[in-house]
Design a protein. Structure first.
Length: 427
C-alpha cells in the first residue's frame, strides 16, 4: 500500500501553524547562537536509517508470540511496509534483508519495487544461528567455528550465497552475526574457536566483490550462556583487522553488558577507521531490543556525540557507517514502534549536531569538567522536535508521523488487504 500524498498534506495542514510557531522560535534561539537551522535541516534530510525485514512483524519471546494483524507475509509486503515508513518519516530510505528469510524470486521486479518506494538495499545478513529445513548439517554446536570442517564449509557457502543475492539487488555489504559459543565451561577451546572463525571469515571475505564491506558484529552472551566466540568489540576488531581493509566492526547497542561505555567504544573504533556499521535499539537488562531511546536517551545522545565527532574529524578515515534499527516489538504495532525509533535516532543526531565542539575541546584542555558537562547538556536539553518536523515537511513527509499513521488508518488498511492472521516470515 502507498499513502496518497495529498492525504499526508491534508493532515500536515491541520498542524502547520503550530509547527511554524515552534520552528520559528527554535530558529531564532539557535540563530542567536550562530547556528544556521537550514544547514541542520539539510543534514537531517540526508540522514537515512535502514529498516531490517524482520522488524516489520510482531516479535515474540521464547515464551510466546502474540501477532498483530496485517503483517507482511512476503518480501514484497516487507518492502511496501518500509516504503510506508519512508513516506511518513522520510528517514527510512533503505531495507536490510535476511537470507534465507528474504530470498527474492524475481530480482529485477524486487529491485524495481524498492526503487519505486525510494528504497535502496543496505547490508545483507546471513543466518547460521538456526537450522533450515533443507540443511544437511546442524549448527547446534556452532557454524564458522565448528569443530567439523564440513559444517564450517557449509556455513561459509551460505554466506557466499547471501553475498550473491545481495550483489544482485545492489547491496554493498554483508553483516555477520554469529551465535557461535558455548553454554558450559570446558565445552569449547577458545583459541581453536577463534582461529576457525577467522579462517572461515577469510574465505567469506575473499568471496566478496571488490567494492563490498564485511561487518563483524559482536555480542557477549545469548543464545549461548557461557561464552560467545565474538564476544566484544576487541575480538571483533581483531578479526576485522586481520581480515583486511574492507572488514569492520559493527556495534549493536544491545550487545553490551549493562553500563558498558559504548560511546567510548564508538570513538575508539572510529579513530582507527574501523567502525563499519551500527545497530540501534535500547535495553535495560540484556539484548532486550526495545524501542530506540525509550530507556536511555541521554546515552544515545552521548553515542551520537562521538559519531558526529568521528564523522566530522578530518583526520579520521572511517567510512560513513551503515545505520540500521535492530529491534523487535512484542506489544506495539511494529510500524509505530519503528517510527518512534526513527524519531529517537534523529533527535539524538540533531542534538549532537548542536554541540559546540570548539568550546567543548577548550573546556577539556582546561580541565574543566563542569563546563564540559554544561556544553553537552545545553545541546541535549534543546527541544529539536520542530527541526525534525521541518526536515520531514520539506521532504513531503508527515509533520507528526505517528499521528498521521493513525489518522490515515494505515494499520486498518493493511489488515483489510492482508488479513488478521498473517505471520511475517523469519520470526
Ligand atoms: Mn544487531
Amino acid at each position: 500500500m502507498r499513502i496518497d500524498k495529498q492525504k499526508i498534506k491534508e493532515v500536515n495542514d491541520q498542524a502547520l501553524s503550530e509547527h511554524r510557531e515552534s520552528f520559528g522560535h527554535l530558529s531564532s534561539v539557535l540563530g542567536k547562537k550562530g547556528i544556521d537551522v537550514n544547514v541542520l535541516v539539510e543534514k537531517l534530510k540526508e540522514f537515512q536509517v535502514a529498516v531490517p525485514s524482520w522488524a516489520l512483524g510482531t516479535g515474540g519471546t521464547r515464551f510466546g508470540r502474540f501477532s498483530g494483524g496485517g503483517e507482511p507475509g512476503t518480501l514484497e509486503d516487507k518492502i511496501s511496509d518500509v516504503g510506508l515508513l519512508h513516506q511518513l518519516s522520510q528517514s527510512a530510505g533503505a531495507i536490510s534483508l535476511h537470507i534465507p528469510w528474504d530470498i527474492p524470486n524475481d530480482v529485477q521486479a524486487i529491485k524495481e519495487l524498492a526503487a519505486s518506494h525510494g528504497l535502496i538495499f543496505d547490508a545483507v545478513n546471513s543466518n547460521t544461528f538456526q537450522d533450515q529445513p533443507d540443511q544437511e548439517l546442524s549448527y547446534k554446536f556452532g557454524s564458522l567455528c565448528h569443530a567439523d570442517k564440513k559444517v564450517r564449509d557449509q556455513a561459509v557457502k551460505h554466506n557466499l550465497e547471501v553475498i550473491k543475492y545481495g550483489d544482485a539487488l545492489g547491496s554493498k555489504s554483508l553483516t555477520v552475526w554469529l551465535a557461535d559459543g558455548s553454554s558450559f565451561p570446558g565445552q569449547l577451546n577458545f583459541k581453536k574457536a577463534f582461529q576457525r572463525t577467522l579462517e572461515s571469515l577469510q574465505e567469506i571475505y575473499a568471496g566478496m566483490p571488490e567494492d563490498w564491506k564485511l561487518f563483524v558484529e559482536y555480542k557477549p552472551y545469548e543464545p549461548n550462556f557461557y561464552s560467545t566466540v565474538i564476544q566484544d568489540w576487541g575480538t571483533s576488531h581483531m578479526l576485522a583487522d586481520k581480515l583486511g581493509d574492507r572488514a569492520y566492526s559493527l556495534v549493536d547497542l544491545g550487545h553490551h553488558l549493562p553500563n558498558t561505555n559504548i560511546e567510548q567504544i564508538v570513538a575508539t573504533l572510529m579513530m582507527v577507521g574501523k567502525l563499519g556499521g551500527f545497530h540501534f535499539n535500547d535495553s535495560k537488562y540484556g539484548d532486550d531490543d526495545v524501542t530506540v531511546g525509550s530507556l536511555k536517551p541521554y546515552q544515545l545522545f552521548l553515542i551520537f556525540n562521538e559519531l558526529v565527532d568521528g564523522m566530522e574529524d578530518p583526520s579520521s578515515n572511517n567510512p560513513y557507517p551503515a545505520w540500521m534499527i535492530d529491534a523487535s516489538h512484542n506489544l506495539k504495532d511494529p510500524l509505530e514502534d519503528l517510527l518512534q525509533s526513527l524519531e529517537a535516532i534523529k533527535l539524538a543526531y540533531a542534538q549532537a549536531l548542536l554541540v559546540d565542539r570548539d568550546a567543548l575541546e577548550e573546556a577539556r584542555e582546561n580541565n574543566d569538567p563542569a563546563l564540559a558537562q554544561e556544553i553537552l547538556q545545553a545541546a541535549y536539553r534543546t527541544d529539536v522536535r520542530s527541526l525534525l518536523a521541518e526536515a520531514r515537511l520539506q521532504a513531503d513527509g508527515a509533520l507528526d508521523p505517528i499521528a498521521a499513521y493513525r489518522k490515515l488508518n494505515v494499520r486498518k488498511e493493511l489488515i483489510a488487504q492482508r488479513g488478521e492472521k498473517v505471520i511475517s516470515t523469519g520470526l
